[in-house]
Design a protein around this ligand. Sequence first.
Ligand code: SF4
Ligand code: SF4
Length: 458
Amino acid sequence: MSSGPLLPAPERVLPTLNADGTRRRIRPRLYPGRYYRARLLTAWALIALFVAIPFIHLNGKPLILLDVPAREFTLFGRTFLATDGVLLMLLMISIFLGIIWLTALVGRAWCGWGCPQTVYMEYVFRPVERLIEGDRSEQLKLDERGPNLRRLLKYPVFAVLSVLVANVFLAYFVGVAALWQWVRQSPFEHPTPFLVMAVTAGLVMFDFAYFREQMCTVICPYARLQSVLLDRRSLVVGYDARRGEPRSHGKPTAESGDCIDCKACVVACPTGIDIREGLQLECIACTQCVDACDSIMDRIDKPRGLIRYGSQQSLEEGKQVGLLRARVLLYPALIAVFVSALVVVGARQASADVTVLRGIGAPYVEQPDGVRNQLRVKIENRSGQARDYRIELLNAPDLQLIAPEIPLPVAHGTHRTTTVFVLAPRTSFAGGKRTVRLRVSDGSGLEHEQEYQLLGPY
Ligand code: SF4
Ligand code: SF4
């Protein structure tokens, strides 16, 4: 019986799989060219920003704080509550449209330059790995030797880095003050946050030490969306086949193109693909193949840019094609509409949400001094401070409001429901109903008024 794969794939399934289905380890070779250096600066600026954001405050609030247990999300000095569904929806639509627009315009520039997966893999974990294991050729030798001490050495360093990343990540959810307090305490004093941090660190470690490029090629939904978001005029990293083909094997001849089939672009690729086969889902536009090929072109005295940024159309037609077209103008217009709606809705939003509900049980109770209606008033305070709320009836001198808990204190970001009673003369109902006007105020600008229908005898 054959020891080969049961169902050998007729062609390549994934760049990270061998024909028998086992994992093909990608050990990219580093070509520190101009794009690598530019991305290095960008990566370190982004890492510095990631670490700094939890410490930055705006309007007395953290720049970003995602307080999930309290269902409060602070973004750029503005706190959104769980009830801010419309605002959050407008914000999410604006962000999605922004991503679609950027992708249509500059392809997967985010993946190659800004995504944490790329930034931390290529500029934190991979450099540590190269420092310990050596360059690509050394790493391939270690692969052949199997488990060995030199390779194992990197894991404690990866673990420390993962814990650091996980702690900064946690700061976005609990704030730096709580995090700093926990860091100085025993984990047994805060087991749940510690468990969250430990699981996050474990996932970071798993991703950057083992899973790696598969996050981009198998898991990330953005990569799947790429084919519908891009068009032939989007900016991508591409191979100029008009200039490169037919390939030679050595110095180009008069009959051959500029590609000498050295495969430097292939061994540089962190997702293991050959860019010369055209735009592929696995390409994260990291430009490492551009730097690799440019270094080869320098060596053989040919102009740089055999692999370069360009649109598919411009690479195929061999001429510059502008990036501007109807869809890249339409998206910003749509974004402007949604952002304007966000600003208008946000500006008009009251500092509290007030909901008046009928009391539980009988719709009304007849008693010797009149008819009693029970109301439940729910107040959600979004003002940013603790507030005391007053509830009163307007223009109804014959009615009596019985409110045991007035003023009603409500802490910021929380809600409270209080029960109030309205006592009305039996004869004041027409057809079993009477409309009254309620006002909820906080003495600091909130003047919420609404109508409410009392029920009574016919
Ligand atoms: S093909 Fe080039 S740009 Fe695309 S992922 Fe590979 S190295 Fe990066
Ligand atoms: S690095 Fe350039 S010359 Fe070498 S194989 Fe790739 S495209 Fe061809």
